[in-house]
Design a protein around this ligand. Structure first.
Ligand SMILES: [Zn+2]
Ligand SMILES: [Zn+2]
Length: 160
């Protein structure tokens, strides 16, 4: 039986509840940032998939991360969208980047979020555009994305 708890996440991507029964979800506010928390996809209403549940066993001690995209409709969740929009705004403010750069950066930012055959290429593109950007944009992009991009992308863009 494939059976998951529902996860409640604030609009900025903080997990507020990891293990909710599907039908007990109500609106709460995030303790960390005060934003409204949701437990279903705003586009299609599918509950946000939380931890897998096993009969009689409770897994303790690992920190849940919010999903980036809805598994039912494929739309980015609000916190994913917020990071992408923030990056686009930053890029638009950067005098060193032209319109095409901004567009390419946004497209590749979407592609580095998850592990796909295109992740690596997108990561190289992302890195290349950022190298032409101002240092403020590059720093901010790192802060916004380093924890949420796919592992392959992280290793390519910010090898440590
Ligand atoms: Zn929050
Ligand atoms: Zn959805």
């Amino acid at each position: 039986m494939d059976y998951h708890y529902t996860m409640q996440v604030c609009m900025n991507g903080h997990v507020t509840e990891e293990r909710m029964e599907e039908r007990t979800c109500e609106v709460d506010y995030c303790e960390e940032c005060g934003a409204k928390a949701i437990c279903e996809c705003p586009t299609c209403g599918t509950p946000i998939k939380g931890e897998e549940r096993f009969d009689g066993i409770v897994a303790i001690g690992f920190e849940a991360e919010p999903p980036k995209y809805c598994y039912k409709c494929g739309d980015p969740f609000p916190w994913t969208k917020a990071s992408l929009e923030a990056l686009e705004e930053l890029a638009q403010l950067d005098d060193l980047l032209d319109e095409n750069d901004v567009k390419d950066l946004s497209v590749s930012a979407k592609e580095i979020m998850s592990e796909t055959p295109k992740t690596k290429v997108a990561a190289i593109k992302f890195k290349k555009i950022l190298s032409r950007a101002g240092s403020e944009t590059a720093t901010a992009a790192r802060e916004l994305f380093v924890d949420i991009v796919a592992e392959t992308a992280k290793r390519t863009i910010w090898p440590s």
